[in-house]
Structure formats: C-alpha cells, structure tokens
Design a protein around this ligand. Structure first.
Ligand code: SAM
Ligand code: DTB
Ligand code: SF4
Length: 345
C-alpha cells in the first residue's frame, strides 16, 4: 500500500472539516496515516535545558521569561559549557536521543553564537542529536549553526496569523517565517509548532496548522504545546482548553504532516495519563522527557517510564537521523573496504 502523499495546499476549510469530524473517525484516520510511516509503539524523546534564563526583551504573553512581566523567575546568564555537557550526558544516560538547548533571547548576538556553537559541538560529540532554540536568526547565523553541525532548530509559529497580535507585539508572524526560511535554506531540520489553550478558536487552530503544513517543506518536528499558565503573565487565568480538543489538534497535525514527528510538548504535567494516551493514539510520536522543560515542570522520568509500561510504548533509541547517518557511514566504510581490495559484505 502506498503511503498517503505529502500535500502543501491545504485550505483552512478542509482543516476545519477534519477538526470537526466525529472523534472516532478522526482518530481512526490519524492512526491509519501514522501507521503508514511509523512504528506506532515507538516515541522519540528529547530533553530540554534552559541555557540562558529570563530577562527576555520580547513580550510573548504566555512566557515566564519575558522581562515585561513579574513572574518571580530567577534569571540566569548563559551557562558554562561544562554544565551544559554534564546535563546532556545525564539526559543520554536516561535514554534521550536528542538534547535541546533553549535561550531567552529575542535573537542571539554573534558572540552568543560562538558560545552556543561550542555547546552544539560538545553535545554532538556525546553522540546525541542537537537542537537549539535561540529566537530569530539571520541567514549568516543559520549558516554558522549549520557549519557547527546543528541537527534541528526550534522556532514556533505559536498560533494563527489572525490571533498572533493578541499574544505577541514585539515581533511579527512574518519575522518567524523568515527565520524558518533561513534555517531551511541551510539544510538544518526544522522544528516548528505552536501553543494551544491561549484563548484561540478552532478556526485559529486550523489556520496555524495550515501555515505549518503549507510551508514549502513540512517541519521534521511539530511540537504541539498546551499552554502552561504562569502567574504574572497576561495569559494566566485563560479558560482551560478541553483536552479532547487538544487531542483533535494532534490528530489533524498527524494527518496533514504524515512524515513529521508530532511532539506532545509542554503541558503534560497538567494532563491525565488518559489524555496523553489519546495523544499517542492520535499520532503523537515524540515528547520531552526529564523533570524540567525550560522554566516549568515536566513529569518525572519514572512517571513517564511507568506510563510507557502501561501503554506498551518504547523509546525510539535510534532516531531516523542517526539511522541515516549510520547507513551513510556503513556505505562509506564498505566503499573504503572495496577500494582497499576487501570484499564488501
Ligand atoms: N526565546 C526563543 C523563542 O521564543 O523563539 C526560544 C525559547 S521559547 C521559550 C520556545 C517556545 O516555547 C515558544 O515559542 C513557545 O511556543 C513555547 N513556550 C514558552 N512558554 C510556554 C508556555 N508557558 N506554555 C507553553 N509553551 C510555551
Ligand atoms: C517547544 O515547542 N516547547 C518547548 C521547546 N519547544 C523549546 C518549550 C516549552 C516551554 C514551556 C514553558 C517553560 O518551561 O518555560
Ligand atoms: Fe523571550 Fe522566547 Fe519567552 Fe518570547 S518565548 S518572551 S522570545 S524567551
């Protein structure tokens, strides 16, 4: 059976139709698409570390790290390399295949980037995939990250273009698209998604998904975050989103972007095990693992291991990216053996 072809021409109306399907029909469809390309019982896990915390110049209405809001967050300067590598090593020992480093910057300066490049190289040398999220990038900065060997850049669209102005005023939706284009043009894998539960409508969720799915190439990774409500931020106190609406959005992301890793991202601490199980059934196959996100809590590793046991899920130990790299170096080795006169296997 041929896998569902990738499309980049979704209309918002078609996506709203999917979001409106009876729940069982939607989940059946999403799970069917999921099984065409993925092992349904394997989940990719990444661990996050905030490498520079707080005092951010942006005004993202959900964020604990904006200098504009009084959130009682302790600020931290850029962490020393050694501390970052120790955290990456610990994440690797617990089973994470990817290490994501986040910085509370509007955009990195070139000297910031010099320090981050050392971190990327150090984490890569530990045998892990690397991801960073540093804010807006210029084309030249994206090129520096590519040269450093960066695997993924996370930069979220966050919400629909229509709702965007209700959440952020210090940078535009278009700025975000431009950063994604710089990252993509360097051949770095794109991680981009958004946040649900900020008071947006179903139409906004459809519109955000249309923006993601109609990018020239689907993001390799699509994080879907549930708003973590932080006291002191403008979005604190927003009416909670129905968890089944969150599951629906995950299912539609899976249908629209069949080849992408859809990440059940922030908000799991406040979610029941049953909601998380439905997210996996809807096609989520990636998550953050480790007891901390950037500045807020994530479930304890032991709790996730127990949930995986109950659901019969496994960690994806070797990601697609590592498997491809291994295949390439096998080919290279067998090519070298052939050149040296040895028989390839
Ligand atoms: N400062 C950089 C930026 O904004 O691009 C990188 C770090 S920022 C914290 C990364 C993403 O985390 C945001 O774009 C947003 O989607 C998500 N995020 C931040 N705070 C959140 C919250 N309270 N709840 C859910 N997601 C959140
Ligand atoms: C993403 O989409 N979610 C992560 C990661 N990308 C960088 C961040 C979630 C942050 C949640 C709030 C906090 O811990 O500060
Ligand atoms: Fe700053 Fe990123 Fe938080 Fe926005 S989401 S305030 S850019 S750290």
């Amino acid at each position: 059976m041929n896998a569902t072809p990738l499309r980049h021409d979704w209309s918002r109306q078609e996506i709203e139709y999917l979001l409106n399907l009876p729940f069982n029909d939607l989940l059946y469809r999403a799970q069917s698409v999921h099984r065409e390309r993925f092992d349904p019982n394997r989940i990719q896990v990444s661990t996050l570390l905030s490498i520079k915390t707080g005092a951010c110049a942006e005004d993202c209405g959900y964020c604990s790290q904006s200098a504009k809001y009084n959130t009682e967050l302790e600020r931290e300067k850029l962490l020393p390399l050694e501390q970052v590598l120790q955290a990456a090593q610990a994440a690797k020992e617990k089973g994470a295949t990817r290490f994501c480093m986040g910085a509370a910057w509007r955009n990195p300066t070139d000297s910031n980037l010099t320090r981050v490049v050392e971190m990327i190289q150090g984490v890569h040398d530990l045998g892990m995939e690397t991801c960073v999220t540093l804010g807006m990038l210029t084309a030249a900065q994206a090129e520096r990250l590519k040269t450093a060997g960066l695997d993924y850049y996370n930069h979220n669209l966050d919400t629909s273009p229509e709702f965007y102005g209700n959440v952020i005023s210090t940078r535009t939706f278009q700025d975000r698209l431009e950063t994604l284009a710089h990252v993509r043009s360097q051949g770095i894998n794109v991680c981009s998604g958004g946040i649900l539960g900020m008071g947006e409508s179903r139409r906004d969720r459809a519109s955000m998904l249309a923006e993601l799915a109609n990018l020239p190439q689907h993001p390799e990774s699509v994080p879907i975050n549930m708003l973590v409500q932080v006291e002191g931020t403008p979005l604190y106190g927003t009416a909670a989103l129905d968890p089944l609406e969150f599951v629906r959005t995950i299912a539609v992301a899976r249908i629209l972007m069949p080849q992408s890793y859809v990440r059940l991202s922030a908000g799991r601490t406040q979610m029941s095990d049953e909601t998380q199980a439905l997210c996996f059934l809807a096609g989520a196959n990636s998550m953050f693992y480790g007891d901390r996100l950037l500045t807020t809590d994530n479930p304890e590793a032991d709790q996730d291991i127990e949930l995986f046991r109950r659901l019969g899920l496994d960690f994806e130990e070797t990601s697609e990216l590592q498997a491809t790299a291994a295949r390439c170096s096998d080919r290279q080795r067998s090519g070298e053996a052939e050149a040296a006169g040895g028989a390839p296997g």
